[in-house]
Design a protein around this ligand. Sequence first.
Ligand code: 4AD
Ligand code: MG
Length: 429
Amino acid sequence: MNVVLIKNLMNHLGEEVVVNGWLYNKRGSGKIQFLIIRDGSGITQGVVTKAERPELFEKAKEITQESSIQVTGVVQQNTKSPGGYELQLMNIEVVSMAEKYPISLKKHGVDFLADRRHLWIRTPRQSAILRIRSEVEMAVREFFYQRDFIQADSPIITPAACEGTTTLFEIDYHGEKAYLSQSGQLYLEAAAMALGRVYCFGPTFRAEKSKTRRHLLEFWMIEAEAAFMDFEENLKLQEEMVYHIIQRVLERRKADLITLGRDITKLEAVKLPFPRISYTEAVEILNKEGHQFTWGDDFGAPDETLISNKYDSPVFIHRFPTDIKAFYMKPDPQDGKVVLGADLLAPEGYGEIIGGGQRIDDIQLLEQRLEEHKLPREAFEWYLDLRLYGSVPHSGFGLGLERTIAWICGLEHVRESIPFPRTLHRLYP
Ligand code: 4AD
Ligand code: MG
C-alpha cells in the first residue's frame, strides 16, 4: 500500500496512492462527487463519477463530515483542486462514520468554538496556525543547535518566585508550598555556569488576573542564557534568533500564511539589525505624541503600540527604571537609576515578545535586591551560590512563543496560537 501525505501528492503524479484522513467537506451533483479530504498535512479533493463507478459514487454520497476514511486513487493535476492536485478515486474505506458534526463550515461565535477547541483545531485556519507553531519551535532548536547552545530544561515545580509574587500559581507539594514556574531563568543561570551557553523551552505559568488579547495563564517560553555574554551581545543574539524564525517560516510555511490571509510583505519587511531605543527616549516619544506618560511608569499596550508602529522590524526598548524590573537585573554602570534590561516589541501592535537582560553577578547587590523585593532568602540560597563559586558576567532572555506566533500569523488573540489555551475563565477542554 502506497500511503502518502497530501502535501506530497505532487511527487506521485499518475500513481495509485492511498491517503488516510478525514472528510472535511463534500459537494457534487447527480453525476459527480467531490470529497474534500484533509490529513493534517494538507487538503485535497477526491473525485468519483456515477458513470465510471456507480457503487463508489453512491458510497461517497453517504459519507458524513469528519468521518475518518482511507481512500485509494490516482493522482492528477487540477488547478481547481485545493493544493493543485486531486485523486481519481478507486476505493473508499470508511474507518469510522462520524455523527452530525457540531462545527459546520459557516461562521461560529468565539465561545462556541472555544468550548469545542478539541474539534475546532481540525479546521484549515487552526491547523495552519499549529503547523506554523511547530515550524517556529523547529527554527528555535535549529538556531541554538547551530550556535552550540545546549538545551537544559528547567523544572516546572519550584520553591520560589522568579517574576514577582503576584502571579504565582501555588500548589501543595506533599504539605510543602510550591509554585508552578513563571520562568526557567534562575535554573538556566545555574546551567549556564555548568555548560556555558544554554537554552530551555517549556511551559510557564502566570496567574494573570487581567483579561487581554496577549495574556495566557499557561504559555511556552524559549529562554537562553550565556556565561560571559554582555548586554549588547544578548540583544544581537535575540534579533538574530527572531530573524531566523521569520525566515524559516517564510521559506517553509508560506502556504499556511496564505491560508491565514496574512500580509506576507509585513514579515518580509523585517530586517537586521532591529532598532534600539532607550526607555527614556521612548518616554519622550510618547509625550511628544500625546500620551501623558511619567518617567518611572510601565508601558501599557497603547504605549507599546505607538512605539512599535514607527518601525517595520521589532524594536528593542532598553534600560528601564530599576523599580519596574525584576530583582536580578544588573544596574547600568553609567546610570544607577536604570538596569541593563530590554524588551523586544513586535511590530503591528503585538507588544512585548521578549524580556531579557544582563544579570547581577555581584553577591552583595543580589542579597540586597532579594531583601528589597521581600523574597525569602532560604529559597534563593542555591541561586546565591552561583555568585560565590566562579561568578561571571552573564545575560539571557525569554521569548513568549504564543505572542510571537500571534504576530507571525497576524492573529487577533493569543488563544489561537496554542493547541489548548488556558485563559482567565477557561479551563475546558
Ligand atoms: O518578560 P518576562 O516576564 O521575562 C521573564 O520571565 C524572564 N525571566 C525571561 C528571561 O530573561 N529568561 O516574560 C518573557 C516573555 C514576554 O516577553 C512575553 O512574550 C511572554 O514571555 N509572556 C507571556 N505570554 C503570554 N501570556 C502571558 N501571561 C505572558 N507573560 C509573559
Ligand atoms: Mg517582560
